[in-house]
Each structure stands twice: as structure tokens, then as C-alpha cells.
Design a protein around this ligand. Structure first.
Ligand SMILES: [Zn+2]
Length: 245
């Protein structure tokens, strides 16, 4: 029997056990605090040096840079190691799937990542720790060393489009997969959320693991409300038993 392709769409809920709050979801911290939301809104960031200074101070304290993967991240990495083809589409920017052992090429980061900085002018990139070291050393809004442009984290801010290459690849995976598991996502932020619908339309078996109802629950073959940290390892080890080896 041909091996299935398992697609896992992960949202903020998979990382809350790692101590990372939901920042950007519909009820996330940023949405509830207009001043905080400005720090991650592209037009404000580009237009106001004070917003950038506060953003760099926020990045210094970003828990995502020091958080550890939890049982759910490890379960996804273990499924991949069991021989089942797995691709992760994540709305998270914390890099915890990779830190749990999943190869970089298996993870599509729909909203970018916090491990790197990027220049808004020449698109030069580098490790976030290099930019933060400059902030620690006294540059409160460090400019690009290549071109003098404004630097930001390599995340997709509010008001920015998703990378069309990443999104195109996510669509292809959603169409091709046999199993699509949406975990810890309210499935309310487009276009990422629509991937669950695309997968179901193309015949994938849709499983939703989320504490709250989502707009796609009716399309799902299975809806799981139990805590992700215990529910996902069980679900994925059953898949590994079925398809792995
Ligand atoms: Zn530059």
C-alpha cells in the first residue's frame, strides 16, 4: 500500500505548553492591545522609529527564542522518523518543530520565523542573535549593515502578505496529502486556515485537534477537544503504527 502524506497544520495552541502565549490569533494578545499590535504592524513599524525601538526591546524578551519543544512537537518529529512522509505547515514563528528534531525542509513557516532578521530594503538576512547583540551594545534601532535599510524580524507582520512561494507550496501539500491534521489553530486566520478546506476538498481525511470549535469542524472526519499535549502523541502514534516502518 502506498504511504500516505501526512500534513500537519499547527497554530498557537501547539506551543502554549512551551510557555508561548497566542500573540496573533483572533483573540491573541496583539489583537487585544492596540499599542502592542502597532509593534507588529508593517506600516507603523516602517513609519515610526519609536515603534521600531520598542519592537527591538520586545524581541529582546521574546520567549519564543528560548522556549523548548513539548510533547506535541516531539510527537510530530517521531512520526517523521517512523518513516511516514510528513510535512508541517505552521502558523507559528517559534521554530519549535525543528528544535524537536524535524528537518528544516519538512517545515513550511507560513508567518516566517523569529530566529532571523531581514532587511526591508535589500532583503539581507542573518541570525536574530546578531541583531540583538547590536541592540544590547547600544544600537536601539540597528540599521542593515549592507545598505542602511530598516531591519525587522523575519516574520510576516500585520499588513504584509505571506510569501507566495511558501503559500504555493502549502497549497500543493494540502491538495496532495491523504491525512490533514489541524492542531492548535482556531482556523480563523486566512489564507492559512483555508488550507484545511482545500485538503478536505481534495479528499484528505481531516482531523481537527483544538480546544475550541473551528469553522471547519463540519468538514472533519474527527474532531478532538482533549489537550494537545496528550491527544496528538496518541493520534500520531496510531498513524505511525498504521503506515510507518
Ligand atoms: Zn539592507
Amino acid at each position: 500500500m502506498a504511504k500516505p502524506l501526512v500534513a500537519v497544520l499547527s497554530g498557537a495552541g501547539i506551543s502554549t505548553d512551551s510557555g508561548i502565549p497566542d500573540y496573533r490569533g483572533p483573540n491573541g494578545l496583539w489583537r487585544r492591545d492596540p499599542e502592542a499590535e502597532k509593534l507588529v504592524t508593517y506600516a507603523y513599524y516602517m513609519g515610526d522609529p519609536e515603534i521600531r525601538r520598542r519592537s527591538w526591546q520586545m524581541r529582546r524578551k521574546n520567549r519564543a527564542l528560548t522556549a523548548e519543544p513539548n510533547a506535541a512537537h516531539r510527537a510530530v518529529a517521531e512520526l517523521e522518523r517512523s518513516g511516514v512522509p510528513v510535512r508541517v505547515l505552521t502558523q507559528n514563528v517559534d521554530g519549535l518543530h525543528q528544535r524537536a528534531g524535524l528537518p528544516d525542509r519538512k517545515v513550511l513557516e507560513l508567518h516566517g520565523n523569529v530566529r532571523e532578521f531581514v532587511c526591508t530594503k535589500c532583503h539581507a538576512r542573518g541570525p536574530m542573535e546578531d541583531a540583538l547583540a547590536r541592540v544590547e551594545a547600544g544600537e536601539d534601532d540597528p540599521p542593515c549593515l549592507e545598505c542602511g535599510g530598516i531591519l525587522k524580524s523575519a516574520t510576516v507582520m500585520f499588513g504584509q502578505s505571506l510569501d507566495p512561494v511558501v503559500l504555493g507550496e502549502a497549497l500543493s501539500i494540502s491538495k496532495a496529502c491523504t491525512v490533514f491534521i489541524a492542531v492548535g489553530s482556531t482556523l480563523q486566520v486566512q489564507p492559512a486556515a483555508g488550507l484545511a478546506g482545500v485538503a478536505a476538498d481534495h479528499g484528505a481525511r481531516l482531523t481537527i485537534v483544538n480546544a475550541e470549535p473551528t469553522p471547519y469542524d463540519d468538514l472533519a472526519a474527527e474532531v478532538v477537544r482533549e489537550p494537545i499535549g496528550t491527544a496528538l502523541p496518541g493520534l500520531l502514534s496510531a498513524l505511525a503504527g498504521q503506515y510507518g516502518g
